[in-house]
Design a binder for this molecule. Structure first.
Ligand code: HSE
Length: 308
């Protein structure tokens, strides 16, 4: 069995417009790397973090908390040292904390000889993710661990459904570089929603899942609407409506807020359209004084990858 592993833990898009807290998909072009080593000393140590300034104390770090949750169950006679090379900016809306939490439990599971299945790993990762967002949800964790599109049917007990990925789907991620904390983006949401909006939302989510199962790009396009969350959160994101409009103009299937923002995701049929949307968004933000970055990514159907 290996004593050391290097992994790629990808960024993810949660909510996917109509699936607040339940739907998600996995990206390929952006992600963190982590090196995890077995150590004779029990417990978890975060020995290095590069890229962003995050806590090294295991109990205060999402990767550490997730790893400790796994260790509490597995009770190995040894411990683990974790190095985190972060490329996903915290607070960007593409699952930064989730990538750290999922990556650490995936890597430890590999070093233990895979005693846990993907749902069990998602459960441990969710404990870490809760530290960052203030509540337990698995809509970023599930696509990172399973790959592709996922639907979190329930978090207690944790039940995750894998949804097929049509092969021509591409994502464009537009990230205006302001920070939005998930906890704050959740705090502005209403506690109750009108029945008519709920009906529209669950009809869209059902038809999105059906469209993904049947490779029906037109139905996917018609389903990518969020009448519940977007009206509140979109006000926090500079040029959100302009990005939506340009995505539509260039023939994208649809768009929405990635997770709790500020990143915006656009789904397109084919890489050409995804690239056109990226260029148009670049032209738009170049005229502002905002820093931004933009990625075009295939949907990653594998999820977290072992590099070494
Ligand atoms: N579903 C979560 C939210 C994802 O939108 O608040 C962000 O962690």
């Amino acid at each position: 069995m290996k004593n050391e592993i290097k992994i790629f833990s990808p960024a993810t898009v949660a909510n996917v417009a109509c699936g607040f807290d339940v739907m998600g998909f996995c990206l390929d072009a952006v992600g963190d790397e982590m090196i995890v080593k077995k150590s004779a000393q029990k417990g978890i140590r975060i020995t290095k973090i590069e890229g962003y300034d995050l806590p090294l104390e295991a109990e205060k770090n999402v990767a550490g908390v997730a790893a400790l949750a796994l260790l509490e169950d597995a009770k190995p006679e040894f411990g683990f040292d974790i190095e985190i090379y972060k490329n996903i900016k915290p607070g960007s809306g593409i699952g930064s904390s989730s990538a750290s939490a999922s990556g650490s439990v995936y890597a430890i599971n590999e070093l233990l000889g895979r005693p846990y299945n993907k749902t069990q790993l998602s459960y441990f990762a969710m404990k870490g993710e809760a530290l960052a967002s203030g509540c337990e949800h698995a809509d970023n964790i599930a696509p990172g661990i399973f790959g592709g599109f996922t639907l979190v049917k329930s978090i207690d007990p944790l039940e995750i459904l894998e949804i097929p990925t049509p092969t021509e789907l591409y994502a464009t991620i537009v990230h205006p570089q302001i920070e939005i904390k998930t906890s704050e983006a959740r705090a502005i949401l209403p506690k109750d929603i009108p029945l008519q909006k709920a009906i529209t939302q669950w009809a869209n989510l059902g038809s999105l899942v059906h469209g993904l199962h049947t490779n029906d790009y037109e139905l996917i396009s018609k389903s990518l609407h969020d009448v519940v969350i977007e009206p509140y959160r979109s006000t926090l994101i500079p040029y959100f409506q302009e990005v939506k409009a340009l995505a539509q103009k260039h023939g994208a299937l649809g768009s929405g807020i990635s997770g709790s923002g500020p990143s915006i995701f656009i789904l397109s049929k084919g890489e050409d359209i995804a690239n056109k949307v990226a260029h148009a968004a670049e032209a738009l933000y170049s005229k502002t004084n905002l820093d931004f970055n933009i990625h075009v990514s295939k949907i990653n159907t594998q999820g977290i990858k072992t590099l070494l």
